[in-house]
Ligand binder design. Structure first.
Ligand code: KG4
Ligand code: ZN
Length: 336
């Protein structure tokens, strides 16, 4: 069956046509990064307006790239939560309009479950149950993927997400938005031992994250050295930051894997594109004899293919949206 997937939760308007979830026939992404860059982050009002302008063209291109028309599509999947509310509403209303006009089924998709599904596209051997770290600009979750549509969140961030920590530290270092990828590039040439950065202790749930202390430490270090007129080596600081974030993400995921008895691990979300994160997971999983699944770089960030893929599984599970479907800025993966 053919699914049209639509994604508009943040600053990417994206659409994709997939056949049976994992065979991607098209994947169109219209990014607004350039426009938000001058403000140092996503401006929600601008994001909503751009989605509104772009969504029709993006969906049309996804259909034509796939060599399909709306008539060929069996269901429309759309991200309805979580994300920027005005941005989500554009995708949700567009998908609802398509479905109401054509009589096709509407399938709501949780954005985080979409990131998790990105790994099924590249790795046909990956099957639940397994443990997945989802690290993006807004979320850092350790998730038990019990089935294709059933999730248990066993660890979450208490404050900033890993991507947010990358981006805010990058901004303080003078890198353009979004800074994660710039930290990644700079880190390749740096010495991670040149700086010793704190590893926040989280009391309570041992699988939870906290990145705000690390962010504050980096920002304070930069401000203090600026006041003293001392030049900070950005490559070294990037390497130290990337190394610390990667270690924390991997350590907590491995703790959860051991405690819960998983030896199949996946990583997903924008931060899974980070070379330090990929490297430490590859090394650690090889040492432990665990199977590791990482999305291809093209599917780490927000895209419509992951929504079409998860939409396929949601469709098979009988999940449908009706004309009252609403967008939700926050919604736990466990409450879908
Ligand atoms: O999943 P995503 O595209 O959007 C959200 O759902 O938030 O994740 C975006 C996040 C941003 O914080 C971005 O800086 C980060 O992923 N990111 C990276 C890299 N590529 C994207 N962080 C570190 N290293 C990268 N190579
Ligand atoms: Zn995302």
């Amino acid at each position: 069956m053919y699914i049209l997937g639509i994604e508009s939760s943040c600053d990417e308007t994206a659409a994709s046509v997939s056949e049976n979830g994992t065979n991607i026939l098209s994947n169109v992404i219209s990014t607004q990064i350039e426009e938000h860059r001058k403000y140092g982050g996503v401006v929600p009002e601008i994001a909503s307006r751009r989605h509104c302008e772009n969504i029709s063209g993006v969906v049309k291109k996804a259909l034509s790239d796939a060599g399909k028309t709306l008539d060929d599509i069996d269901a429309v999947a759309v991200t309805y939560a979580p994300g920027l509310i005005g941005a989500l509403l554009v995708g949700v209303n567009y998908a609802k309009g398509l479905c109401m006009a054509s009589g096709k089924p509407l399938v709501p998709v949780h954005h985080i479950s979409g990131h998790i599904a990105a790994n099924y596209i590249a790795h046909p051997t990956l099957k639940p149950p397994y443990l997945c770290l989802v690290a993006s600009g807004g979320h850092s979750h350790i998730v038990e993927v019990l089935d294709y549509t059933s999730f248990r969140v066993v660890g979450r961030t208490r404050d900033d997400a890993a991507g947010e920590c990358f981006d805010k530290c990058a901004r303080a270092m003078g890198f353009p938005y979004p800074g994660g990828v710039h930290i990644d590039k700079a880190a390749q040439k740096g010495d991670r031992n040149a700086f010793s950065l704190p590893r926040p202790k989280v009391t309570g749930s041992e699988f939870d994250f906290s990145f705000s202390g690390l962010k504050t430490a980096v920002i304070n270090l930069l401000h203090n050295s600026q006041q003293k007129g001392i030049e900070i080596n950005k490559e070294d600081l990037s390497a130290a930051l990337q190394g610390t974030i990667s270690d924390i993400l991997c350590e907590k995921t491995m703790l959860a894997a051991e405690a819960l008895g998983y030896n199949t691990i996946a990583v997903a979300g924008g931060v899974s594109a980070n070379s330090g994160v990929r490297g430490i997971f590859e090394k650690t999983c090889a040492e432990k004899g665990y199977s590791l699944y990482l999305p291809p770089l093209s599917l780490c960030g927000d895209n419509g293919a992951m929504i079409a893929c998860q939409g396929y599984f949601n469709f098979l599970a009988g999940q449908r949206g009706d004309e009252s479907l609403n967008a939700k800025a926050t919604l736990s993966l466990e409450d879908i």
